[in-house]
Design a protein around this ligand. Sequence first.
Ligand code: UGA
Length: 430
Amino acid sequence: MKLSIVGSGYVGTTIAACFADLGHDVVNVDIDEDIVDSINAGVAPIHEPGLDELVEQYAGNRLRATTDYDEILDTDATFLALPTPSNEDGSIGLGAMNAAAESLGETLSKKDGYHLVVTKSTVIPTTTEEVIAPRIEAASGKTVGEEFDIGMNPEFLREGTAVEDFLDPDKIVLGANTDRAHETLDAIFDPLVQRADDPAVIKTGIREAEMIKYANNAFLASKISLANDLANICKEFGVDSYEVLEAIGLDSRIGSAFLAAGLGWGGSCFPKDTAAIIAAARSRGYEPRLLQAAVDVNDQQPHRMLELLGDRFDPRGKRVAVLGLSFKPGTDDIRESRAIPLIDALLDAGADVVGYDPVAVESMREKFPSIEYTTTAADALAGADAALVATDWDEFAALDDEFDEMREPIVIDGRRIVTRRDGIDYESLV
Ligand code: UGA
């Protein structure tokens, strides 16, 4: 089929390249000329394992990029994969989605045949039907359910394993307003269903599809926060939280994934999506107590780490190394990284912070230009009075003699990654 993807961020670029790999003819539409040039030159505009290879393989044949919305006219369906960032109050920001819906509507006013518009971005239930579709109708002069249909297909890929996750999903969620739209979605996803390892295909309504995405992320974020809450209790009683969590994960009703306790969850999705669904619930008069508690536990973990440091010494004037700056290993993305509130708290306490990360130093330098950064973990540790581990990069598990160069070999580990040995004053956050 001929598909257009509006937006070339993590999700848009990944799905464009993967749809091309599935045999579709794909055009990626973005307002950023640098991104468009990069894709057309066969170079992925973001770093994702496996993505460069796909973009290189398909650019110029089944995959191309453009700034011209008119190229959508020759496609059967358009996926809207634009950012939905948080507003000040945590509610969802729809500026980019609305602008894209209007541009798409203007374009579709010139189309003769049927078109399907699919929301890929994470949006609050009712947004596709009540915000996006009316904008397309107003700009195109067409009626939803007649000349065009709408659908919602949430994405569950993770940064760092995006291509793999897209091409081998647990489930494919297809929300649509008509049978015709469902049939079109089936035709788009059939090559993926055929190729992947037996994914469940959930055919549902549009607002159910929208909510499935929030419920999925809210559940996972809450699962981690519950693990952290339990792990904090373990810590108070001198109980090994990792042994406890490993044991409960064996109960098939609980499952072992997303039970890694520690400094908490960051990234571009969990914090934004939990905030957005909490704000949306409140706007309808419902107070989501458990979700708010999940956020509160998450906010508290970096401060608990500071308390553990404070039990050793007053951080004022002390050199404190922060190992790991990205929100998780395998990425240079620092959005909502737990290292940020940690560094903030250290600076508030008057510490001299030295940061190290294998790939995220330059991103963090923009956020905290005045702290010191090093190019190796060894340099960050040399002369440090303590080390706080914020991200579970594998290389931190291999650190050994490097700790001997610290002024005081105090290691407080927020991710249970450092290998314990004699000579290190080691304490796990949980
Ligand atoms: C998350 C979801 O896992 C994806 O399914 C979803 O598609 C995506 O959000 C999205 O909405 O776009 P992502 O943010 O890339 O993916 O990262 P995760 O691997 O889920 O990690 C999120 C955070 O949770 C990280 O800070 C990680 O360190 C933390 N985490 C994860 C834990 O603290 N403990 C765990 O056991 C697992």
